[in-house]
Design a protein around this ligand. Structure first.
Ligand code: 5AD
Length: 356
């Protein structure tokens, strides 16, 4: 074994011990393509996860409530300017039906995700959240509905929402401007995350790996931002092009780089809830299993009605768009079990491990 490999494995051990590393070391490990070093990193990360979470993998039922969006992010298939896309919006009854089916299947977290659809007023959303919490008081409600005012976030929290996912997308302002039109603001995005924390949500941030214009230094900046924010959840997945966006010409994110990031995030944030994403499963047939083996501990099967799944297309070739909720959960469970982990149905809160 050459000295570089030995050196890198030593760095991995140090990160595991200190939950930190300098920028140079992080850059080297994020970009590392050596399979032996990478596998070592994943194994150490998987061990670190076991200290907190054993072999448990949490499931979240994802309900994609609307593909209308007022934003125009260059990477995203449901951006406002995509005129090819048929738009849909679920009714309150349809959403509650998804929760009902999900509850029967054993889900104890519902994630309401959607584009920034102005149709859903705060009043409608608060009604929806409290209906779900009343019917399923043992369940957590996670929102993933984009940027809102402090008051709106607070109203949803008071209505019973427990968690909020809002990826910061990139912690570098120049890079942010390459991914978003001028109408969107990097400062606003970050402010939203701080607002959510202040209100008391369990907050999830995160970014795409391999988005156009991103370099390894940017990913280190993402890590530094996350270290300041101290989120309960971190969602990362590969950038995947969508044919009807300005970014259709760019290549997909790299699998090894995604897995390296997942493993490093596990070592830097041992307590964190870290999903193995649908985008990772789309990038590679065993992507989600590989993510779990690199330290991820959450999966988010789709609970949306089959009729709308293909329409919630953030990127091309998204997997599981034809499956019923039950099949979707079953097939994921089998995949997770095949690599030695077990899917559990508890709410899976981060507390107990981590002070907000
Ligand atoms: N490829 C991968 N991920 C994407 N997202 C949006 N568009 C894409 C894409 N083309 C991610 C963003 C967003 C989350 C809901 O989906 O990071 O925050």
């Amino acid at each position: 074994m050459n000295i570089d490999k030995k050196q890198m494995m030593h760095w991995v051990q140090q990160i595991e011990k200190n939950s930190n590393a300098n920028d140079h070391i992080l850059e080297e490990l994020i970009a590392c393509k050596d399979q032996e070093v990478a596998l070592y990193l994943y194994n150490i990360a998987a061990e670190a996860r076991k200290k907190y979470y054993g072999r448990d993998v949490y499931v979240r039922g994802l309900i994609e409530i609307s593909n209308y969006c007022k934003n125009d992010c260059y990477y995203c298939g449901i951006r406002r300017s995509n005129k090819q896309l048929k738009r849909y919006r679920l009714t309150l009854e349809e959403i509650l039906k998804c929760c009902k089916d999900g509850y029967t299947l054993g889900f104890r977290t519902f994630v309401l995700q959607g584009g920034e659809d102005t149709f859903y007023s705060d009043e409608i959303l608060c009604g929806l959240i409290s209906s779900i919490k009343t019917a399923y008081s043992d369940c957590a409600v996670t929102l993933s509905l984009g940027e809102k005012s402090f008051d709106s976030y607070q109203a949803y929290f008071r209505a019973g929402a427990d968690r909020y996912l809002l990826r910061h997308e990139t912690a570098n302002e120049e890079h942010y401007k390459k991914l978003h039109p001028d109408s969107m603001s990097f400062k606003k995005r970050k402010q939203c995350l701080w607002d959510l924390k202040k209100i008391g949500y369990q907050v999830g941030a995160g970014c795409m790996i391999g988005s156009p214009g991103q370099n390894t230094k940017n990913l280190v900046e993402d890590i530094r931002f996350l270290q300041k924010l101290k989120p309960s959840m971190i969602g990362v997945g590969p950038f995947l092009p969508h044919e009807d966006t300005p970014f259709h010409i760019y290549p997909k994110g790299d699998l090894t780089e995604c897995l390296n990031m997942i493993a490093l995030l596990r070592l830097l944030f041992p307590y964190v809830l870290l999903p193995s994403t649908t985008a990772l499963g789309t990038l590679h047939p065993q992507g989600r299993e590989l993510g779990i083996q690199a330290g991820a501990n959450v999966v988010m099967p789709n609970l949306s009605p089959t009729s709308v799944r293909k329409l919630y297309a953030l990127y091309d070739d998204k997997i599981c768009t034809g499956e019923e909720a039950a099949e979707c959960k079953d097939s994921l469970e089998k995949r997770i079990e095949s690599v030695g982990y077990r899917v559990v149905t508890s709410r899976g809160d981060v507390y107990g491990f981590h002070k907000k």
